[in-house]
Design a protein around this ligand. Structure first.
Ligand code: ZN
Length: 329
C-alpha cells in the first residue's frame, strides 16, 4: 500500500495536478510556487507548493500535506477514496475499482440507519462493531445508489455496465447485506446476501477475486477455509485469525494457487448439508491439494451445521478447537 501511494505521487507531481485543475502560481524561491488557495477564499496569495518535497501549505487556512491530502480536502473524500479516485484519473481501467469503492462506502453509511439490516446481522451472530467496520460491511436499502453515484459524475450506462444498477436504475444488491471483496487494496467485486426472500447470494458480474482477506493469512501454516462470509465473520469474532473464505464450495484457479503458495495445512469447514454437495466439493478439493503437497483436513461439525450456525446456535470456542484437533485428513 505504501509503495502504491509513493508511485502514485511520483506519477502525478502535486504542481502538475494543481495546474491541470486550473491553479496558477508564480515561482517564489528556488523550489516554491505561491498562488491563491483552492481550499479557502482569500484576497492575497498564501498557498505555497514545494516542488522538491511535493507538498503544499496554506498560511491562510493552515491546511497542508501531499497530493492525497489535497484530494481529500478539495473533494471531500476519505484517504482510501482519494487513492481510488486518483488511480482512476491516471489509469482509466482503474475506474471500476473507484466506483466500487464509492458504492461500498455508500452502503457502509446506510447500514446503521437500517434497523432491518442490523437486526439481520444480529440474527446471523455478527455483532462486533470493530469487525463490521474492518470488513466494510454495508447494506443496500433500495433505489438510492444511482442518485448518489450520478451526483458524483458517474454515468447511468457506466453503472449499468459494472452491474451496480439494473435497467430500471434500481440497486442490483437491493435489500442485501454487502461485503466488499478486495484483492490487495483494490475492491474487485461486491457480494450481497439477501435479508429477504430474494435469491440468497449475489455477486456483481466479473471475477470474485482470490480468497477472502488472503493477505492476513498467507503466511499462516494452518489455515481454516470456510465457504461463506458469515462463517468467516463468526470465526473472526470468536478469535480465530487464520481464517479465509472461498465464497462458495468451488475454488477458482487464483484461490487454489493461493492455498498452494507455501507449505501449510488447510482445515476445511464446509457446510454439512443434507445432499452432501458441500462435503463432496471438500473431498475433491482435498484430493487436488494433496497432489500439490498441501495437507487438507476436514473439520467435522455437528450434522446440519456450518461454522456460522454452530456459533449462532450456542457452540463455544473450546468445542470448535476440539473439532480442529480431531480434524481428519
Ligand atoms: Zn487556504
Amino acid at each position: 500500500m505504501g509503495e502504491d501511494v509513493e508511485r502514485l505521487k511520483r506519477r502525478t507531481p502535486l504542481l502538475d495536478y494543481l495546474r491541470q485543475h486550473n491553479w496558477t502560481g508564480r515561482p517564489a524561491g528556488r523550489s516554491e510556487h505561491v498562488g491563491f488557495c483552492p481550499l479557502h477564499e482569500e484576497t492575497r496569495p498564501s498557498f505555497y507548493v514545494n516542488t522538491r518535497k511535493n507538498v503544499f501549505y496554506c498560511h491562510g487556512c493552515g491546511q497542508g500535506g501531499d497530493l492525497i491530502r489535497f484530494v481529500q480536502l478539495s473533494r471531500g473524500l476519505s484517504f482510501r477514496q482519494s487513492l481510488a479516485w486518483l488511480d482512476a484519473k491516471i489509469n482509466p481501467d482503474g475506474d471500476v475499482t473507484a466506483v466500487l469503492e464509492q458504492a461500498a462506502a455508500f452502503y457502509q453509511q446506510q447500514l446503521d440507519q437500517c434497523s432491518e439490516a442490523t437486526s439481520y446481522l444480529r440474527r446471523r451472530g455478527v455483532h462486533d462493531p470493530a469487525l463490521i467496520r474492518e470488513l466494510g460491511i454495508g447494506y443496500a436499502p433500495g433505489a438510492t445508489l444511482r442518485r448518489y453515484l450520478t451526483a458524483q459524475g458517474y454515468s447511468f450506462d457506466g453503472l449499468r455496465r459494472i452491474g451496480l444498477i439494473n435497467v430500471r436504475g434500481a440497486d442490483a444488491l437491493y435489500q442485501r447485506i454487502v461485503f466488499p471483496l478486495r484483492q490487495g487494496e483494490h475492491i474487485v467485486n461486491l457480494y450481497g446476501r439477501s435479508i429477504g426472500s430474494a435469491f440468497a447470494h449475489r455477486f456483481l458480474p466479473g471475477s470474485k477475486g482470490g480468497l477472502y482477506a488472503w493477505e492476513k493469512v498467507r503466511s499462516c501454516s494452518d489455515v481454516i477455509l470456510v465457504e461463506g462470509l458469515f462463517d468467516y465473520a463468526a470465526l473472526r469474532q470468536e478469535g480465530f485469525h487464520n481464517v479465509t473464505c472461498a465464497l462458495g464450495t468451488h475454488l477458482n484457479d487464483c484461490q487454489f494457487r493461493q492455498l498452494c503458495e507455501g507449505e501449510r495445512t488447510v482445515y476445511r469447514a464446509f457446510d454439512v448439508d443434507q445432499n452432501q454437495s458441500g462435503q463432496q466439493a471438500a473431498e475433491q478439493l482435498a484430493h487436488r491439494l494433496g497432489t500439490h503437497g498441501i495437507t487438507a483436513r476436514r473439520i467435522l461439525l455437528p450434522q446440519g451445521h456450518d461454522p456460522n450456525s454452530f456459533f449462532v446456535g450456542g457452540g463455544d470456542v473450546e468445542q470448535f478447537r476440539s473439532f480442529l484437533k480431531a480434524a481428519q485428513t
